[in-house]
Design a protein around this ligand. Structure first.
Ligand SMILES: [Zn+2]
Length: 155
């Protein structure tokens, strides 16, 4: 099934600003020179969406494959699932992770549209170009994300 073409992100590609000439050919870069990152983010967005779509399909197939053996709903089953039904839950976790990645990318594109891209949301300092190149959806500078990682990860 081809389905509808979901590969055209809409809400962030059209900033609320009256500037409508930003189609790449005009040479009118985003406020913070974020145009290269934007292209990279859009490419990532599409790649991630494709992974999410493929995983969703795989998830439903795995769930369907696991179904006939286990007619009872997994939700009501406190036992550790067998291998066949571990597959759907593993895929479901991956889908969730990819969807979160998708949301992060969309948030970064929103920041570009709002002219806030490339600035740490914590300390407001510019995020280094090296970090943005490796992780264009980064919200925080490396110092702040190290601090956050220490807080979030219990030794
Ligand atoms: Zn920071």
């Amino acid at each position: 099934m081809a389905g509808t073409s979901a590969l055209s992100p809409g809400h962030w590609s059209r900033p609320a600003a009256p500037d409508d000439t930003c189609d790449g050919a005009s040479g009118r870069a985003d406020v913070t020179g974020s145009a290269p990152y934007r292209a990279q983010l859009e490419a990532r967005w599409r790649a991630t969406l494709e992974r999410v779509t493929a995983m969703s399909v795989a998830y439903h197939e795995a769930a369907a494959a696991a179904g006939p053996d286990r007619p009872a709903s997994q939700a009501a089953d406190p036992h550790p699932p067998d291998r066949a039904s571990q597959e759907p839950s593993r895929l479901a976790r991956q889908v969730v992770a990819e969807r979160q990645a998708l949301a992060e990318i969309e948030a970064a594109l929103d920041r570009i549209a709002a002219g806030r891209y490339g600035r740490c949301e914590q300390c407001r300092r510019p995020i280094s170009a090296g970090l943005l190149a490796a992780q264009p959806e980064a919200r925080f500078c490396s110092a702040c994300s190290r601090r956050a990682a220490r807080l979030l990860t219990p030794a």
